[in-house]
Design a protein around this ligand. Structure first.
Ligand code: UT7
Length: 362
């Protein structure tokens, strides 16, 4: 029996920090509202291309696995904020890494992009189709932010993470997963004017708006992630007692608390970093995994429960048995180019554009 061992992990969080106080300088909001409603204190803003972040995360993951990019068979990229749709961004990353033998696939399932990718990659390895796969999840979501929508603009940030999975006889890696999609509620999260729908052939196309049913998404997120977690546990014959740490999608601290309560696990066994980065969509789980390892919260043989939810409305959960190694084999010094601007300076042109558009339409 073949398994897909997670042998490498890495993250890239851009340096520019956008605090709640920064947001309150141009949005009718406050640190108090954002903190109490979401748990978010700050988020990061990317000053370069999304693929630059993905390359840095990938290089750290490859170093941790001590794997030459030429050995990769496949790159799976979960993101909805790709640099480019043609060529696809996974091929930009393959070229940047020098992964000349790797196939390259973009997966657009929003926040669940990493979990979907890990599920697909794991099963390709277990079926014998591939041996070494790089799974990336991340987002340059501030690029598409409508800075005049306070109910959305305070929630998101930019980051990227990656793991290497390799064929192994050890019973480790993603042992079970359940993924799904509540497509009847697909418009509960929508970035408008993005894509080739015929209705978008208008001069409005530069101005992305967000349709965001916050409360509906909140309720569905808790319910779907909890159900998926229970289904995955049942399919493996395990119980919550077997789980060391839940590593969920980081959208809102209140969602994480409600998830913990619903599945019946104490909050201290749920990994949380949403206060530092906000919701980085497909980036949340791989970044959280990297940080849980950095913080020594994962030990050899530990069982982890991953849970995710996002636009689509896609959802999923997965049970991971960690392998016998929790330290990187090698370190990479890969980093983003220096950033000489504050987060507010980076987004200032976008803020002006959206506020001007809002004023023109009222
Ligand atoms: O990754 C994808 C998954 N995404 C999510 O899971 C997000 C799920 N939803 C949420 O996290 C929460 O629903 C939100 C954080 C988006 C909103 O929290 P809420 O407790 O559901 O607030 P609400 O939508 O009920 O809004 C309450 C009030 C409203 O004012 P009124 O109508 O009561 O006067 C809003 O206009 O808060 C107002 N409000 C704000 N006030 C200050 C909305 N956004 C803001 C803001 N600052 N940024």
């Amino acid at each position: 029996m073949q398994y897909a061992e997670i042998t490498g992990w890495g993250k890239c969080v851009p340096p520019a920090v956008l605090s709640n106080e920064d947001l309150a300088t141009f949005i009718d909001t406050s640190d108090e509202w954002i903190t109490t409603r979401t748990g978010i204190k700050e988020r990061r803003v990317c000053h370069c291309n999304f693929s630059d972040m993905a390359l840095v995360a990938a290089k750290h993951a490859l170093a941790a696995a001590d794997l030459d990019p030429m050995e990769l068979d496949l790159i799976l990229l979960g993101s909805l904020t790709n640099d480019s749709y043609c060529p696809n961004t996974a091929s930009i990353i393959a070229d940047g890494l020098g992964a000349r033998k790797a196939a390259a696939i973009d997966i657009n399932s929003a926040c669940t992009g990493f979990l979907y990718g890990l599920h697909i990659g794991t099963n390709l390895i277990r079926a014998g189709a591939h041996k070494k796969i790089l799974v990336i999840g991340g987002e340059f979501i501030t690029h598409y932010m409508n800075w005049s929508q306070r109910d959305v603009a305070v929630l998101f940030g930019d980051a990227c993470g990656a793991v290497v999975i390799e064929e192994s006889e050890k019973e480790t890696g993603l042992l079970a997963a359940k993924i799904g999609c509540e497509s009847d509620a697909k418009f509960a999260i929508q970035i408008t004017n993005l894509g080739s729908a015929y209705s978008r052939l208008s001069d409005e196309h530069l101005y992305n708006g967000w349709n965001f049913g916050g409360q509906e998404v909140f309720k569905r997120a808790v319910k779907s992630m909890a159900q998926a977690c229970e289904d995955v546990l049942e399919s493996t014959g395990m119980s919550l007692d077997d789980i060391k740490l839940v590593v969920p999608h980081q959208a809102n601290k209140r969602i994480l608390n409600a998830l913990a309560k619903r599945i019946g696990i104490s909050e201290d066994r749920v990994f949380v970093n949403v206060h530092k980065y906000g919701n980085t969509s497909a980036g949340t789980i791989p970044v959280a995994l990297s940080e849980a390892l950095e913080e020594k919260k994962i030990e050899p043989g530990d069982h982890l429960l991953l849970a995710s939810f996002g636009a689509g409305l896609t959802w999923g959960a997965g049970l991971v048995r960690w392998s016998d190694r929790v330290n990187p084999l090698k370190e990479s010094d890969a980093d983003l180019p220096p950033c000489d601007k504050t987060a507010l300076e980076i987004i200032q042109p976008h803020i002006e554009r959206y506020l001007a558009h809002q004023n023109a339409s009222t």
